[in-house]
Design a protein around this ligand. Sequence first.
Ligand SMILES: Nc1nc2c(ncn2[C@@H]2O[C@H](COP(=O)(O)OP(=O)(O)O)[C@@H](O)[C@H]2O)c(=O)[nH]1
Ligand SMILES: [Mg+2]
Length: 377
Amino acid sequence: MVDWRDLGNIWTTFKELDIRPIREEAERPLVLAFAGAAGVGKSTLIAALRHSKRSRDKVISPTLETDLDAPTRLDEADLVVLVLDATRGDFSIEADWYRQQKDAGRNLLVFYNKMDALRDTNTLSATMTTWVGARVAFGSARDADSLATDFVPRVIESLPGRALALARRYPLFRVAVARDLINDTSFANASYALGTGFAEIVPALDIPFNVADMVILTKNQALLVYKLGLALGLSTRWQDHFAELGGVVGAGFVWRQIARQLVGLVPVWGIVPKVAVAYAGTYAVGEAILHWYQTGHKMSGRGMRELYADALARGRQVAQDLAARTPRPSLPRVALPRPALPRLPRPRAKNVCAACGAKNPRDARFCSRCGAQLNAE
Ligand SMILES: Nc1nc2c(ncn2[C@@H]2O[C@H](COP(=O)(O)OP(=O)(O)O)[C@@H](O)[C@H]2O)c(=O)[nH]1
Ligand SMILES: [Mg+2]
């Protein structure tokens, strides 16, 4: 029996979840390999992947580093990154190597490194035809920001379904993977809320959800918290998440705080507030956790209020977009008898003189300008 005071409480919901498959996926081994000529920046790139601002993180990230002439143990790799030094113009050795590896069925990504040192990008675009059909990324292994914009999303795309394991082992991917998780779950909750029809306010809670909604939405929120914990490198035991994250998101009763900001708008918006709250409640929890991970501090009360306002603004936008995209039920077409329209006289061609081109009244038989005979109708 659901106790309404427990509705929306992530920590109570946790106990009912089967988190084992998620944990197993996050712990499944994942190996990245970096291949390339000497000095292209493989070791620098590997160090960047492992780097974590939070010193308490001890990350075990299995990587292989190999030259092109001695490709060792690449079968173990889930993804092989071919690292190029963008300042060198000739990649013919790399091109041969790439074709061999492609034929061997390997999962490959081409990375143009040292883009910061490149003077002339024209020489580079000429080499692009070598990698037709491949995933290609550009950046600088020395600059984490440049890696975040291109390299990070390309690697995530290259390893579908492996984002948790990737982020867990290689801290460089953590924020990007966490953001994807937050956005996907918030959007899924918004879609769910849209699908379940009109808002019903739960009287004791001031929340535009019914009991069944709350159970589903909070379950998704709890799963998000657990996945975020895994992606950000926390322990796989949910009890530890409770200790770490409990203080960060409170009792998880974010729905109510968010819903409070909506007071008075419910009658005007119809379905929108429910969908917006479903999005915003999930988004705020995720962002609060990410903030804690990035800064090491719990968000302040003021920070939380700002976060709620931002979350709700996003939620409103998503709700409106979703509602606009949902097809309205169309009425069946009924064949009605067409009313008979009065017949109007058809406009007739003007009476134009074949000899001089002058226009004449329709009933004229001779041209008023040149006197020639007009074609009788
Ligand atoms: N300008 C620049 N230098 C880099 C970059 N990445 C690596 N390097 C430098 O290139 C040299 C070789 O790097 P290293 O990682 O040891 O190459 P490896 O032999 O492929 O492992 C070092 O001096 C690095 O500092 C980059 O993105 N930009
Ligand atoms: Mg090296």
